[in-house]
Design a protein around this ligand. Structure first.
Ligand code: HAM
Length: 435
């Protein structure tokens, strides 16, 4: 055994070094910007929650196989949040009296699920959650579908790269019971089968179907319904169809934003009608990018007030897989503009004063912490992405000036320390500034 502890992070979790963090931040900032453009406000909550909030209504798979649980020193059973929806429902219920509905909120929590790490699946992921509370109108759903299109455009995706697949659980129930002839008490199991339809081979699906009591005829009919697109809607009674917000959306101009797909179920108990998933169209990455839906009764676990919810969670792993597959990732951006270098230890104080002046003028500036050869220091500054070095030293300093060098062009000028901020801002094309 090695005498050292392992440096790798815990399986299924990731360290983010600054270069990667920079790429991630650029993407997230674009998402936040679009979400805020729609008037959504950011909130947050604790990573630890009472385990009951997931047991009460979530997904069987999450509760039985994926929760990270612990008992605290006071014998309370807690879980690391596997998702944000139960938390936000709790927060909304607890604060409903002082909120003005509809509430438009977003957050960016890290979530933990004990999964087998594989492409698109890890044990700690970051999930942008966007939700509306207090509206059950079709307009609310249209707003989300438009927002999703804007988010995808903001990260550089064109409409051919992805598809927004939608379904309605009420319609699905009607399809399963009315069209396929499944008994109402088997609907939940069959919905689980539908959820696995694209992931499992045909013989395994047939085996599972038989195990939950489907006849061969029902299984064949189910296959036709699930892969037949919108055709099945005509077989659903008009009064069921008319109640569906999703049908209203599809019949409006916004219908072009979505594709009806009976295969979309989503594995959570709390969704009550519309459900959706965004899929990558790329042949190398045909998988779900993110998903969500309408959950009209979740807040009801915490209070008597009926507050419907609608929203989605977009995970970082699947999003970055998508961006990587379509070559949409940007370069890390430089985190520093200027480096002020003292050529000898005695000049460290004036160099710090020059650096302070630059920072005061809004220029991101660093100073080396040790004195090294000037050439080496300039190279390091260049590699760190700085555009400008300011050299404090030698005869120039004795003559009351410092050297400002543009690292892109190699041009350099002697300027007085007082003029450094303006000159550097000029080189960085930052405008005159306020300093
Ligand atoms: P979910 O489909 O379980 O939904 O997760 C949403 C997204 O989070 C997934 O599409 C995926 O991008 C990401 N994700 C989930 N689990 C993992 C994992 N193990 N590794 C990497 N990424 C993962 C929900 O969580 C719902 N609460 C979303 C929601 C919000 N519905 C309404 N509002």
């Amino acid at each position: 055994m090695s005498q050292f502890l392992p440096t790798a992070p815990y399986r299924g979790t990731r360290d983010f070094l600054p270069a990667e963090m920079s790429v991630r931040t650029q993407v997230f900032e674009r998402l936040y910007e679009v979400i805020e453009r729609y008037g959504y406000q950011r909130y947050d909550g604790p990573i630890l929650e009472p385990v009951e909030i997931y047991e009460a209504k979530s997904s069987r798979e999450i509760v039985e196989q994926q929760l990270y649980t612990l008992t605290d020193r006071g014998d309370r059973r807690l879980a690391l949040r596997p998702e944000m929806t139960p938390s936000v429902a709790r927060i909304i219920a607890g604060n409903a009296g002082r909120l003005q509905f509809p509430v438009r909120w977003y957050s960016h929590p890290n979530c933990h699920r004990y999964e087998r790490p594989q492409r698109g699946r890890v044990r700690e992921h970051w999930q942008v959650n966007v939700d509306v509370f207090g509206s059950d109108s079709a307009a609310c759903e249209i707003e989300f579908f438009e927002l999703i299109h804007d988010l995808m455009a903001a990260v550089g995706a064109t409409p051919d790269m992805w598809v927004l697949r939608v379904n309605d659980r009420v319609l699905l129930d009607a399809m399963l019971t009315g069209v396929v002839g499944i008994a109402p008490d088997a609907v939940r199991d069959v919905a689980g089968l539908v959820d696995r339809w694209e992931k499992y081979p045909a013989d395994k699906l047939a085996e599972d179907a038989a195990a939950i009591g489907l006849t061969d005829k029902q299984f064949d009919r189910l296959g036709e319904v699930l892969t037949g697109g919108r055709a099945v809607l005509d077989e659903i009674p008009a009064e069921v169809r008319e109640r569906s917000k999703l049908v209203q959306v599809m019949d409006s101009a916004a219908g072009e934003l979505v594709r009806f797909d009976p295969l979309i179920v989503r594995g959570f108990d709390y969704y009550t009608s519309t459900v959706f998933e965004v899929f990558d169209n790329h042949p190398d990455n045909r998988r779900s990018l993110f998903g969500g839906g309408r959950y009209d009764n979740l807040v009801g676990l915490y209070s008597a007030q009926r507050i419907p919810g609608f929203g989605f969670g977009m995970g970082d792993v699947t999003l970055f897989d998508f961006l990587g597959t379509h070559s949409l990732l940007s370069e890390p951006r430089a985190e520093i503009d200027a480096v002020v270098i003292a050529t000898e230890a005695e000049l460290a104080d004036p160099a710090r004063t020059v650096a302070k002046g630059l920072r005061g003028a809004g220029v991101r500036t660093s100073t080396p912490l040790d004195i090294r050869k000037l050439g080496k220091e300039i190279q390091r500054a260049d590699r760190s992405g700085a555009r400008v070095v300011v050299i404090v030293g030698g005869n120039d300093w004795a003559a009351g000036t410092v050297t400002v060098r543009d690292l892109r062009t190699g041009d350099q000028h002697q300027v007085t320390p007082a003029d450094v901020p303006a000159r550097v801002r000029d080189l960085l094309e930052l405008g005159p500034g306020t300093a």
